[in-house]
Design a protein around this ligand. Structure first.
Ligand SMILES: Nc1ncnc2c1ncn2[C@@H]1O[C@H](COP(=O)(O)OP(=O)(O)OP(=O)(O)O)[C@@H](O)[C@H]1O
Ligand SMILES: [Mg+2]
Length: 251
C-alpha cells in the first residue's frame, strides 16, 4: 500500500464542451495538510466536487485508500470517510449548537431519533470535547442561527469532525471572515490536521502562509506547480498566473 490516501489519475471533466479538469494527476499522503491554490476558475471547486461525488468525472480515476471511488454517490463516499465542507454551512438553524454536533455524532440515526434518543454519557462528553475544540462551548445552548458568520463555519467544522473523517475537504472556509476569525480558523485547521488528512482550498495568503507547507497550484484544470510554499510563490509561472488578481501581494 502506498502512503497516499488519495490518488487521482488522468481526471478529466468536461461540461458543455468546456474542459474544466484536464487529465489531472494529483495525490495526497495520509495525515497531510495540503493546500490547493489557483486563480478563479482554475478548477479547484470542481476537483473537490469530483472527490466528494457531487459530480461524476468524464474520465480518469479517483482512488481513496487504494479503492476506486470514481463516480460513487456522495453518501457512499462519505461512508468511506471523506467529508466535505460547503461554503454555506449545512446545519439545523433552529437547533442548538450542542444538538447540531450531537446529530452529526449520531451519524446514520434519523434526526428525530437522534434528538430523543437517550444519549450516553460518552456521546455527551464527546460533543463537549468537540465544542471545546472549536471554541464554542459557551454557545452550546444557542440556536445555530444566532451564531456569527465565523462561528457558523467553526460549528460546521465541529460537525464534520464528529463524523470522524479520514479526509476532510475544505473549500475556502475563511471567505468573508474578519482577520481575527481567519487566524482562529487557521489555528483550528492546523489542530484538525493533527488527527485528519486535510485538503484545503484557500485564497488568503496570510492563512496559506500559516498552514501551507506543501501546496499545489491549479491552473486551467491542470497542475501548474507543486512543492513547498516558498518554492511555489517564487515560481515565475505561478506569479504570472496570479498577476492582476493581487493574490500574491506581499508574497
Ligand atoms: N456546471 C458548470 N457548467 C459550466 N461551467 C462550469 C460549471 N462548473 C464550473 N464551471 C467552470 O469551470 C471552471 C472552473 O470552476 P471552479 O468553480 O472549479 O473554479 P475554482 O478554481 O473553484 O474558482 P474560484 O477560485 O473562483 O472558486 C470555471 O471556468 C467555471 O466557470
Ligand atoms: Mg471555487
Amino acid at each position: 500500500m502506498s502512503g497516499n490516501i488519495l490518488e487521482i489519475t488522468g481526471l478529466t471533466t468536461r461540461v458543455s464542451g468546456y474542459t474544466i479538469l484536464d487529465d489531472l494527476y494529483f495525490s495526497v499522503e495520509e495525515n497531510e495538510l495540503r493546500v490547493l491554490l489557483g486563480p478563479n476558475g482554475a478548477g479547484k471547486t470542481t476537483l473537490i466536487d469530483m472527490i466528494s461525488g457531487r459530480y461524476k468525472p468524464t474520465g480518469g480515476k479517483i482512488l481513496f485508500e487504494n479503492r476506486d471511488i470514481t463516480g460513487l454517490a456522495p453518501h457512499k463516499i462519505f461512508k468511506r470517510g471523506i467529508c466535505r465542507k460547503f461554503q454555506v454551512p449545512n446545519m439545523y438553524e433552529t437547533l442548538s449548537v450542542f444538538d447540531n454536533v450531537m446529530i452529526s455524532l449520531a451519524g446514520h440515526r434519523l434526526v428525530v431519533q437522534s434528538l430523543f434518543h437517550k444519549h450516553t454519557a460518552t456521546d455527551q462528553d464527546r460533543v463537549v470535547e468537540i465544542l471545546e475544540f472549536i471554541g464554542l462551548v459557551e454557545k452550546a445552548g444557542f440556536p445555530a442561527d444566532a451564531l456569527s458568520h465565523g462561528e457558523r463555519q467553526w460549528l460546521e467544522m465541529g460537525m464534520l469532525i464528529a463524523a470522524d473523517p479520514k479526509l476532510l475537504l475544505l473549500d475556502e472556509p475563511t471567505t468573508g471572515m474578519t482577520e481575527a476569525d481567519k487566524q482562529k480558523t487557521a489555528d483550528l485547521i492546523q489542530r484538525i490536521a493533527e488527527r485528519h488528512t486535510v485538503l484545503l482550498v484557500e485564497h488568503d495568503m496570510h492563512v496559506v502562509r500559516r498552514l501551507g507547507n506543501f501546496v499545489t497550484v491549479l491552473h486551467q484544470g491542470g497542475i501548474l506547480a507543486e512543492g513547498p510554499l516558498s518554492d511555489v510563490v517564487a515560481n515565475e509561472e505561478v506569479r504570472q498566473v496570479y498577476l492582476g488578481q493581487g493574490k500574491f501581494s506581499g508574497a
